[in-house]
Design a binder for this molecule. Structure first.
Ligand code: 5AD
Ligand code: SF4
Length: 465
């Protein structure tokens, strides 16, 4: 096998981008307003924070309303077909906006545009799109914006390497109390249904010290919760440091809450399990995608664990931390999944009792192994399967919520409740959303709350003074 081509972006390369930032600042006729639309996972949310950081440094200002923006960037996802349709649907809407606002600059970046051939297609088929780039060259945004504005050319940048690591980029964080930190990028697992390894490149971990420095700076700014991000965080290996060891180091910094996402069941080590009892700042929540409950399907998915091994891991975790909340991702209708094989997924869900699960109908992704497999299950059958799975999970989620009634929880208050603006809301360490009456001054702080009732997936509480 050839060695993956992973590039650490050098100081010199970064300085070139800093010079472009200064140049854009000089040539901007007025403070340009930008808006970034983010589709997809937390990784994309954080990438958008980095893009916003760079645009801020160029002297632009973020605006809430897309209609008011001079520059709109779509940060796209391609994990399932509907994510791509969403991006393309949005982009078509922009064509109309551009017809009435010809100076509008439209950019598209992220996972969808990292797929081979997509940028070329955009260039030809979407003449109203001015800028397109992938995931590995996002750090070059200043240079791309410069070429766009100073040279008045459309810019299309494609990086075919296996990925880059770029330290020290500016970040405009969405929250002052809860922050994302990337610890690794890419994925080497090649689950047969998944496009991610093709668009996010090979696994590459950041140096431990760079992560600790970022976490320390956030702590010093008063951040209460950090979420360590990676496609597969438990295969983190920065300079020989394993993930569990990194967690110990971060725990020592004293940030009240540490979370991480996402973990692969095959890489859950005894050391990592021990962290849930030993590290006081590690939240008692683990997102552990199982994907399916049947061994033949798991093998066809290339998940590299069996149903029994998954259940055994869950037991080990609960032995160490009985009140941990487990959540999962589950796919129904993988090519060739029989009704009996689907029943195995149902029985696993019944047995494990997740706090919550994201459920998906399998979506063929061009270029993946599973996309070539024969699939005779009708859309109707798949829809019936997912509905049964959702109903089962909802009943488990509501049982779990009910079991919380009477307990006292520490809640990190995130904002005003979505449904009732007289209420505020936030999450418990186990990731349950709690709504309760309280002063908006509590946003960004911890509150002790007694749980008084449970909804289908959220809790209702009373503030304890
Ligand atoms: N079809 C349906 N779901 C998918 N996922 C990833 N690829 C696909 C696909 N082709 C789901 C997996 C993964 C989550 C992020 O998205 O469950 O864990
Ligand atoms: Fe996709 Fe599997 Fe990698 Fe997760 S572990 S990103 S599902 S290939």
């Amino acid at each position: 096998m050839t060695r993956p081509e992973i590039r650490q972006i050098t100081e010199d390369e970064k300085q070139i981008q800093e010079r472009y930032i200064a140049s854009v600042k000089e040539i901007l006729p007025h403070s340009l307003k930008y808006n970034i639309v983010t589709l997809g996972c937390q990784m994309n949310v954080h990438d958008s924070e980095v893009m916003a950081g760079m645009l801020d440094e160029m002297g632009m200002t973020m605006c809430e309303n897309r209609e008011d923006a001079d520059l709109i960037i779509y940060n796209t996802c391609c994990v399932r077909e509907n994510a791509e349709n969403k991006a393309l649907g949005n982009v078509i809407w922009l064509k109309e906006l551009k017809a009435v606002k010809p100076d509008l600059i439209i950019g598209v970046g992220g996972c969808m545009t990292q797929q081979p051939g997509v940028i070329e297609r955009i260039k030809v088929m979407y003449p109203f799109i001015d800028l397109a780039f992938g995931t590995h060259n996002m750090y070059k945004l200043p240079e791309m914006i410069y070429r766009l504005i100073a040279k008045r050319q459309r810019v299309f940048e494609y990086d075919t390497s296996d990925g880059t690591i770029c330290e020290g980029l500016p970040v405009r964080r969405n929250s002052s109390f809860s922050a994302y930190i990337n610890i690794m990028y890419g994925c080497n697992n090649f689950c047969t249904y998944c496009i991610v390894p093709y668009v996010r490149g090979r696994e590459r971990s950041r140096e431990q010290q760079a992560i600790l420095d970022e976490a320390k700076a956030l702590r010093d700014q008063g951040v209460k919760e950090i979420m360590l991000l990676g496609q597969n965080v438990n295969s983190y290996q920065g300079g020989g440091t394993r993930f569990a060891e990194l967690l110990y180091q971060i725990n020592r910094l004293g940030i009240p809450r540490i979370r991480f996402m996402t973990s692969h069941p095959k890489d859950i080590s005894p050391e990592l399990i021990a962290c849930f009892s030993e590290l006081e700042h590690l939240c008692k929540h683990l997102h552990l995608p199982v994907q399916a409950g049947n061994n033949d399907i798991l093998r066809a998915m290339n998940r590299r664990y069996t149903r029994e091994a998954y259940i055994e891991k869950v037991k080990d975790i609960r032995r160490v931390c009985p009140d941990i909340g487990l959540t999962s991702d589950i796919i129904v209708g993988f090519p060739g999944e029989t009704p009996e094989q689907f029943e195995d997924t149902m029985s696993l869900v019944e047995q494990v009792r997740f706090d919550a699960a994201f459920t998906f109908v399998y979506s063929p992704r061009e270029g993946t192994i599973a996309a070539k497999l024969p699939d005779h299950t009708t859309a109707e059958e798949k829809s019936q399967r997912i509905q049964r799975l959702i109903a089962l999970q909802q009943s488990i989620t509501s049982d779990v919520c009910e079991s919380m009634i009477g307990t006292v929880q520490e809640v990190l208050v995130e904002g005003v409740s979505a449904r009732d603006d007289h209420m505020i809301c936030g999450k418990t360490g186990r990731s349950h959303m709690v709504n309760f009456e309280g002063d908006r001054d509590l946003i960004g702080r911890f509150a002790r709350v007694r749980i008084v009732s449970a909804g289908k997936s959220t809790l209702r509480g009373q503030l304890i003074d």
